[in-house]
Design a protein around this ligand. Sequence first.
Ligand SMILES: [Mg+2]
Length: 234
Amino acid sequence: MHLVIFDIDGTLTQTNHVDTCCYIQAVKDVLGLDEVETDWTSYRHATDAGIAAELVDRANCGAPADALLAQLHDRFITLITAALNRDASLCQQTPGAMAMLERLIARDDVVAALATGGWRASAELKLRRSGLDVFDLPLATSDDDVSREAIMRIARERAAARHQDDSFDVQIYVGDGVWDARSARALGLGFIGVAEGEQAHRLLAEGARAVVKDYTDLEGFLRTVQSAGRHPTN
Ligand SMILES: [Mg+2]
């Protein structure tokens, strides 16, 4: 059985830009930080909750961290919901994503799941607005843990529980970030990148078995999935 876990932002939905803009605005509104490092690789955990925890720590505003984290989460969800309400084109699925998931899920030797560094409300919003919520895939998010590896592990557990089978002989993560490649490697998963240009080279250098621009070459992507896995190391 193949397990294929997908990231969401930049992988299934083209939402990295709106996501970053709303996140930075929420940080400004709640923590009063005007300068926010947007090289997410510079944070210990490149996840919504992980970055928020580091920024709350740095802001050192005296208020209880839990309250600030909750405010930051709520402000971000308000902002991104408003942004997508204003302009639905900000939440497009990656070309071919719907057809690719349909084909993948129809196979009886493949189990698909989602693991995102975003908060759950943000993930569900993007899946709904891009039309990808119809698949009701097992989902793990930044609400589950600050660490991407832990989120991916939880997604794997949820997929195994849903299908009452944890004997995945091939495990693959599909993502667009350097952190995705590193987390997949740490967990012993094969990695397929979704990127083009410079970022595609970066992901290959981080160990991606292959990098695709999108899913419009459906047969090519399915062949890549077929060949990209390896036996898990843990
Ligand atoms: Mg991503």
